[in-house]
Design a protein around this ligand. Sequence first.
Ligand code: NAI
Length: 789
Amino acid sequence: MNVKEIFETMEYGPAPEGSAEAHEWLDGYGRKFGHFINGEFTKPGKTFASTNPANGEELAQISQAKKGDIDLAVSAARKAQSDWEALSGYERAKYLYAIARQVQKHSRLFAVLETLDNGKPIRESRDLDIPLVARHFYHHAGWAQQRDRLFPNQSAYGVCGQIIPWNFPLLMLSWKIAPALAAGNTVVLKPAEFTSLTALLFAEICQEIGLPKGVVNIVTGDGDAGEAIVNHAGIDKIAFTGSTGVGKAIRNATAGTGKGLSLELGGKSPFIVFEDADLDSAVEGVVDAIWFNQGQVCCAGSRLLVQEAVEERFIKKLKARMATLRVGDPLDKAIDIGALVAPVQVARVQDLMKKGEEQGAVRYQPDGAIPSNGCFVKPTLYTNVQPANIIAEEEIFGPVLVAMSFRTPDEAVTLANNSKYGLSASIWTENINLALDIAPRVQAGVVWINSTNNFDAAVGFGGYKESGFGREGGKEGMRAYLRPEWELKLKSLGKTPAQAKPKLFATDGIDRTAKLYVGGKQARPDGGYARSVVNADGKLVGEVGEGNRKDIRNAVEAARGALGWGSKTAHLRAQILYYMGENLDYRRNEFADRLREMTGASTGAAKKEVELSIERLFAFAGWADKYDGAVHNPPVRQMAVAMVEPIGVIGIAAPNENPLLGAISLLAPSMAMGNTSVLIPSETAPLAMTDFYQILDTSDVPGGVVNIVTGAKDELTKTLAEHDGVDAMFYCGDAEGGKKVEQYSVHNLKQTWTNKGKALDWTDREICEGEYFLERSTQVKNVWVPYGA
Ligand code: NAI
């Protein structure tokens, strides 16, 4: 296009960013890269091509890591770890600060290289990705220095395996490496096979600033290399961002290994436009939500929900705006939409579009040509989409928006939550009351009000439901790379001794049998059987109901029905927990006798267990209105309100030992934070918790908040952990039982806490009365609210 034509059409002329420096950098390595291990680049091994998706041009050959490479990287990281953690926080901070400075100094090279390798518009890599990378390292320099003050008695995991996707290659690297290093870990990171180049340039920066060898190791390769990292015995924690499918495979592979795990997975996030929204701003919001980075964004606002009264007007405005979006050479500073990452992704997106159309969706794409060579897809809008259409349910990960309408705010919430995912949501309205009414009701880890796709190093990011668990950024993100020192000192509990098969008998007519406790009422077990409870001498001390799958399902239903507990005031929850403590106190002797009778504990030990159980109820009553959120101050005109929310229904398999104190230590924090639960008491000594029904009944605990099912622990646990209506699991038992719970939980990616087969000291106040179980009973929702002029 020449100047005359530009004047005639008023079309933007091309304004390409120069790429000579990036090509020179690639030439400097002979366009062939090895891995970065122990501070050095290795000789390239078997390689594969990394190409520019905008034109198919090969940029470089990248090495495919083999098991031997990963062994070397892990052992370099292991060797470096203790010295790295032993540095003062100030020393670690200086390295992180130096990385941030170097990223800024080389920002142009990074931005161009990222755009060449990934296909994203240079405007985005230059103005968003790379500045955020620098911000991440600056921010985490501060955490490094304050680690010991703000996270006392915590230590780093050790060696972290980090696997990242291709949509924000360097930004995801910074989200992983900055907190890991700040906390004192060393890392083995694998970039996605499509986009390794900026990670390799980053490795060069680590060399330049003199980062101690082995602290950062970068190995390249495909999913097989990722799998080898996940399965490596020398890795202490895995942090993964990518597809939900691979996330589930990793959850399964790490089950029972004791490795830490955080998963940032997919999304199908709602973008909700109410009739009183500023529609023009909301249209711009949609552009950012779904056409930013070609829609290859895990938190993309890919489901547009518009209130019926403005639907027609809004869609009309949106289509007009879509017609002005420029698709083309990503290096051109004037384009809006670049190339998708690879032909395979284009095929995947097109396949989903085709299926969506077969199911009735109506496509709109603006007129006008897009480059025919390269991975380009036009911005696309689908209307006439039913909620069950595949394109309304599946993550498309392309520039494709699906639109649906709603009538009332309640309907908007129902539609928004009608997804297996729960990563983010964007709410558009000029009515602050409405916005702040909807924000707590959407199941999402991040909520943007009158804005979208804002990120900051100080604000946690991560999902609910199948979008994963764990947070990145801010204090929550730091916590994910630290663990309490006591965890490392725990001794193994050993294998749970095989229980003599309990005597089962029909319950009919046996009124001594303690029943189950479901929905606030005592319930006869579905199977009609009871089991005998015997003490260490084999003497019969009582009978409890033999719960089965149906009983667990009934209990889960009751617990789901009682989820309103989470929206009661924390003050009220505290009052009820205090009341439970008080009522247990009235009956302390009776409970102590029961414990003695069942476990053979001395009078002193039994009394102490009851005493501590009362104290624990008081402790978490006190915590109920104190373990709360924060307000963050990102460098934009917004505040981010980090709300601590309950997870939902928590399944609790209580320990066999300390049958009263163990169960209460898990139940009380869960209740305090607003969760409801289904509890399986100690298999060997369940009667303390069946006696506890009376405490629940007399303490105003609403029906369904606590449900108790006695019986065979492992069988009941399996049903509970596999149940989609259960959002999290706490399990105490032997290592094998814990492993199974992690495996059973893969299906809906419930969060799990297990004792990893270790003996916890339930009398230890540091472990059991602090924030540890509160953290495991909650998830953080960050709500971004416009603030300031
Ligand atoms: P992916 O989940 O396979 O790739 C992400 C990373 O995981 C890459 O580094 C890859 O090498 C690695 N990986 C693959 N298999 C692995 C395994 N078994 N064990 C360990 N690491 C493994 O994503 P893919 O196949 O590139 O993209 C497919 C779809 O996944 C996309 O269309 C999109 O829907 C979704 N996706 C979502 C992302 C998100 O941030 N939510 C990011 C990337 C992909």
